[in-house]
Ligand binder design. Structure first.
Ligand code: NAD
Ligand code: ZN
Length: 349
């Protein structure tokens, strides 16, 4: 079958022929409906070097945001799994034996150092292919909801959901504000989740005008990124600053803007892996403010994201590519030419 394979550190992936996988015990074979192209994949194949935190050893099939139809099942799979049924895939795969895995938060597996891979599409073969294998416990039923547009929710939905849910105590109450920095795959869904889960005024910022326009359509007030943005955000909050900031870029200038925009007692969540840093000391931050980072989310939270999608509260903005055009999707993502999320569609429904 055809697949998008990350073959060597530092190299752009290739579209190549690989063997069709077979489901092992407790796994299903999924016919892929949609596979989202995440900005993290660019770090995987361009930036990470062997042995570096986050690096996953090639070769493997990319694609950690997937949904599809169960084609067949391996031994021991429960008859609750419906062959032909449509499912969302929870990507992270932990050891299953630690307290974090037991709580469904496999991203924070305590035995990650001894695991052969982090997730489907991150060390283990992912969904940028006609078929993939998935452990049964990682399937969430989609019912009659469209699995193609659902695919980005596996990461671009779940990651903002996890970050926002943790920040909700900061957003509860009248007159609260949230700031979303970076309005790409994650940021656009982040705006929708904030609007659905909190009554806070959502301020959003990006360098791209088109991205800001989309966020406005989703109910955000927008500010152009760059010079003067912190002053503008302060103005919009009556000088007080923002109660919860979500930085979906994580580069030096955005982390600086996030830290400069937060209110006393507010919370900055760094989600983007741009590598920016910020000093945190008595003198450099508003009193009792929080600075945290966050990685992906739990399987239970993905069930909730799917509930929001099925209820129409999240509408991922997708641009579809055939598997033959998957490399073009990555090229355009790197060039900043994708609005919303690029989704590769390897099979017809
Ligand atoms: P994307 O390419 O779809 O979107 C990035 C957006 O940020 C674009 O709209 C771009 O114009 C904007 N941007 C870039 N520089 C900016 C700046 N200086 N100021 C304002 N806006 C700026 O990316 P994505 O797939 O949404 O991923 C976003 C980030 O989150 C990436 O760093 C990715 O690796 C990371 N990520 C982290 C997790 C996690 O679990 N922590 C999960 C998925 C992705
Ligand atoms: Zn574990």
């Amino acid at each position: 079958m055809r697949a998008v394979v990350f073959e060597n550190y530092g190299e752009f992936p290739s579209l190549t022929e690989v063997p069709k996988p077979e489901p092992g015990p407790g796994e299903v074979l999924l016919r892929v409906a949609g596979a989202g192209a995440c900005h993290s994949d660019i770090s995987v194949y361009r930036l990470f070097k062997e042995g570096q935190p986050g690096a996953q050893k090639p070769p493997f099939v990319l694609g950690h945001e997937n949904a599809g139809w169960v084609e067949s099942v391996g031994s021991g799979v429960s008859d609750r799994v419906q062959v032909g049924g449509s499912y969302m895939v929870y990507g992270p795969i932990g050891c299953q034996h630690c307290r974090k895995c037991a709580a469904g938060l496999e991203t924070y597996c305590e035995n990650v150092a001894t695991m052969p891979y982090l997730a489907v599409g991150l060390g283990r073969d992912g969904g940028m292919a006609e078929y993939m294998t998935v452990p049964e416990r990682h399937l969430i039923p989609l019912g009659d909801a469209d699995p193609v547009a659902a695919a980005p929710l596996a990461d671009a939905g779940l990651t903002p959901y996890h970050a926002i849910r943790a920040a909700l105590p900061h957003l509860a109450g009248g007159g609260r504000t949230a700031l979303v920095i970076g309005l790409g795959g994650l940021g656009q869904i982040g705006v929708q989740i904030l609007r659905a889960l909190s009554g806070a005024t959502v301020i959003a910022t990006d360098v791209k005008e088109r991205a800001r326009a989309r966020a406005e359509a989703n109910g955000a007030i927008t500010v152009e990124a760059g010079e003067g943005q912190v002053e503008r955000v302060r103005e919009l909050t009556g000088g007080r600053g923002v109660d919860a900031v979500f930085d979906f870029v994580g580069a030096g200038p955005t982390v600086a803007a996030a830290a400069a925009s937060v209110a006393q007692g507010g919370r900055v969540s760094i989600v983007g892996i741009g590598g920016g840093s910020h000093e945190f000391s008595f003198f450099t931050n508003p009193y009792e403010s929080y600075l945290t980072n966050t990685y992906w989310g739990s399987v239970g939270e993905l069930w909730e994201v799917v509930d929001m999608y099925r209820a129409g509260q999240i509408r991922p903005d997708v641009e579809l590519f055939s598997l033959e055009d998957a490399l073009e999707a990555y090229r355009r993502l790197e060039a900043g030419e994708i609005d919303g999320r690029a989704v590769v569609v390897p099979n017809e429904s």
